[in-house]
Design a protein around this ligand. Sequence first.
Ligand code: AHR
Length: 500
Amino acid sequence: MKLFINPKHSQGHINPELQGHFSEHLGRCIYEGLYVGENNKDIPNVNGMRTDVVEALKQIRIPVLRWPGGCFADEYHWKDGIGPKESRKKMINTHWGGVVEDNSFGTHEFMELCRQLGCKTYVNGNLGSGTVQEMSEWVEYMTFEGVSPMADQRKANGHEAPWTVDYFGVGNENWGCGGNMRPEYYGDLYRRYQTYVRNYDPKKPIFKIACGANAQDYDWTEGVMKTCFRGADQFHGFMDGISLHYYTVPGGWEHKGSAVDFDEKRWYKTMATTLFMEELIRKHEAVMIRHDKDHKVALIVDEWGTWYDVEEGTNPGFLYQQNTIRDALVAGINLNIFNKHCDRVKMANIAQLVNVLQAVILTDGDKMIKTPTYHVFDMYKHHQDAELVESYVENETIGIEDENKVPALHESVSLGKDGKLHITINNLSAEKDYEIEGIVTDSEIKGVSAEIVSGEMHEHNSFDDPERVTKKSFSDVSIKDNRICFTIPKCSVMHIAVEI
Ligand code: AHR
């Protein structure tokens, strides 16, 4: 198969935030996974954040973190999570497992975590059950420098300087868990709430995100855009972005299926379901463009990833699942799709960071493992801040059932700040390797190096076998007659760096 690349034809800038993450007060994501408490003597931590996890996340250059939800966001009252820990209110996390939330991880802890990770902050406000005043005061608490009731409280709680809130979500899934609203009703509320999300520092305007659709609910996008859009500049516009949530649920919501135990049919169904993301982005974009002709509003895919049955013996409300080579492919495909739509998609956040859904990290007590998905992010990080270039791969259609036929190969290519071309290519086939010949227009190929995440489709890491699936260097790539030659094995995600 031939892979054509034209490095002279740039197709847009790849925001690092396309490789963003999401951490909700759900199961063992925040508590145990990220935060173990300042007084924990058993698990090494800095200010309560576990060192092993923070170090691993720094390696993949996590660009942005969304918090505190998800569905939790529209039940979260931020004032419960500030001040002395012993006097913080306890509540029941009704959405997720009915466990006691002691609010020991709140605004200060989130900002500290982002500081340690060196990433941008994406805070999701409560529109479903919170007041305008509450949302407005949260923004004031976090970002106002001068003298004000909220800024003074922040200072009294030990943080003199304001933080930067890069992104702010005005509600989450308000068509469902965030209030069961209709789009026009939400749109009106959005207009009102966002008015009080003030830009206290005009040099760091907050990027405001309206709640977008669930999968193919194009009417929602239409209703919200119609109600809310009026330009997107910092002072006059109402919105900078609108979100989209889409999960790969290969068995459907009733019978999601096992994360590790699946057949080839289910493999292809997973691939086909994931590829649907492409159509969703195109169609939502088509709706947006009716109102926003100049492409001012970004599409923010702030929840994506696989959703399977929980692991046996775990709390069904904790959404803890394993992660195999199949998930590596799902990650590779989605990240390629986001790259290819980088003119409109400005941020995407996989759900979720640790121990929940398609996590990049799993923990058990003081042990930690990196999932196959982690290693894909580690390879794709070279696309961050790069320029997408034109690429096309010859293909064939594979699969078992008619409705689940998929292309065998899936790619995206960027020109990095390091001057190298970065090719990420996936082989979706469960049985066939493909020989590839890469042709780069008008360029001399001076060197190539490659790395790969590959294996039998069910392979995964466990606490007994933590390195079974990792990123490996791939030496079987060569330059012949100014062409890049290699064979991509079945079930593989690959990154090739090309010096030109
Ligand atoms: O990521 C888990 C949940 O999925 C989120 O809380 C919600 O927004 C979505 O339905």
